[in-house]
Design a protein around this ligand. Structure first.
Ligand code: UDP
Length: 378
């Protein structure tokens, strides 16, 4: 099966990291076409997945763009679509992994007569996308896609609520290799020492820095926790949210938390950093489509507290394999943090439950098998 994957991003967000796992078994007969150069390309190369940057001209459409702005970018898209059509003829499928990839992939699928698969990693709701973007995504998927793979029931439900065809939509969760999330005790203690975390209760937040990822909620909660509670914020502003980064630094200064909040930037050693934490917090203020970091924390054997919305509800059962709190409520988050601090035994048991179930439920081999079965039916 020869697959032509398309992704708009030069940087590795959750959708891109998921794509690496999906493309890996096809690396001898696939190509990943990107619409931007950057570190994602390097990651694909490190994984020996063939990759080509198809355009270096950024497509000027954003999640909140209007129809006029979208139409204005058509001129830019024509040469890209022509290139994709030409290449697609060498492959059996076009597999669009992002929304702009869907736009290009849909038209290329029509002209090259290759079936289109759309992997939906987003919740198509007003909180995340303009009505124009939602309409375009649903119309193109309905008209051109043979299969829509939604990364959670929440993403599927939002797609269908916007008018997406339920008959072509299937839910497949992200897959993970549990082995990748095991760390040696000596490396973990070295990491804690290196980051100055010895003797602290460490909460990890692993996300790009963006307002809806809610790092500010964790900082506010931290101010309501005992002095030994410290946070590491892992991630960078991937899509130009510099103003939010400045606001976070200001908030830390205003609350006098400089000694208790560490900004580590984008990191590639997530499993080791998670292993160095006592608790992992997910604080998105809008529904999360899936929430890779939640599963990753579970696989690392770390307790996780997540915002109760979107895909997170499908991953976490409160008090059984983690904790859920109301999104945007720092008081509730602080309460859970204090409970974890005071009841380490109970918290450890919950984390162990999570590790066992997550390694079965999200095993990458089984997930890739599910995708292969779906592709074979096309
Ligand atoms: N991540 C990373 N380095 C960082 C911060 C995050 O590799 O510095 C990874 C994280 O481990 C997760 C992904 O980025 O696998 C984020 O996926 P998630 O579904 O949580 O959010 P998204 O970026 O898709 O909104």
């Amino acid at each position: 099966m020869k697959i032509f994957f398309l992704d708009q991003s030069g940087k590795p967000g959750g959708a891109e990291l998921c794509l690496i796992d999906i493309a890996k078994p096809h690396k001898d007969h696939c190509l990943v076409g990107l619409f931007a150069d950057g570190s994602f390309k390097n990651l694909l190369e490190q994984n020996h997945i063939p990759v080509e940057v198809l355009t270096t001209q950024a497509i000027q459409v954003r999640k909140e763009s209007s129809l006029a702005q979208g139409l204005g970018s058509l001129g830019q898209l024509v040469p890209l679509i022509a290139k994709v059509v030409q290449k697609a003829r060498e492959f059996d499928f076009i597999y669009a992994n992002t929304q702009k990839a869907l736009v290009v992939g849909a038209l290329a699928s029509f002209f090259s007569r290759r079936p289109l698969v759309y992997h939906l990693h987003d919740i198509l709701s007003p909180e995340h996308f303009s009505s124009t973007n939602r309409r375009i995504a649903v119309t193109l998927a309905n008209r051109f896609a043979s299969l829509v793979i939604a990364n959670s029931q929440a993403s599927q439900a939002a797609f269908v609520a916007e008018g997406g065809r339920p008959d072509i939509t299937k839910v497949v969760y992200n897959g993970f290799d549990p082995k990748h999330y095991q760390s040696h005790e000596s490396d973990v203690s070295q990491m804690r020492k290196q980051l100055g975390l010895d003797g602290r209760f460490v909460i990890g937040h692993f996300s790009r820095l963006a307002p809806w990822k809610g790092q500010h909620i964790l900082i506010e909660a931290l101010a309501q926790c005992p002095q030994e509670v410290t946070a590491i914020l892992v991630g960078d502003a991937l899509f130009g949210e510099q103003e939010y980064v400045q606001r976070l630094h200001q908030q830390v200064a205003d609350l006098k938390l400089e000694e208790r909040v560490k900004f580590l930037g984008f990191r590639s050693d997530i499993p080791l950093l998670m292993a160095a934490c006592d608790l992992v917090a997910h604080t998105s203020t809008a529904p999360e489509p899936f929430g890779r970091v939640i599963v990753e924390a579970m696989l690392c054997g770390k307790p996780v507290v997540a915002a109760k919305a979107g895909g997170a509800i499908e991953l976490v059962e409160h008090g059984v394999n983690g904790f859920l709190v109301t999104p945007g409520k720092p008081d509730e988050l602080a309460q859970v943090i204090r409970t974890c601090l005071q009841e380490p035994q109970k918290t450890t048991t919950i984390a162990h439950n999570a590790q066992t179930t997550a390694s079965q439920r999200f095993d990458v081999t089984a997930i890739n098998q599910q995708i292969a079965v779906l592709l074979n039916t096309l």
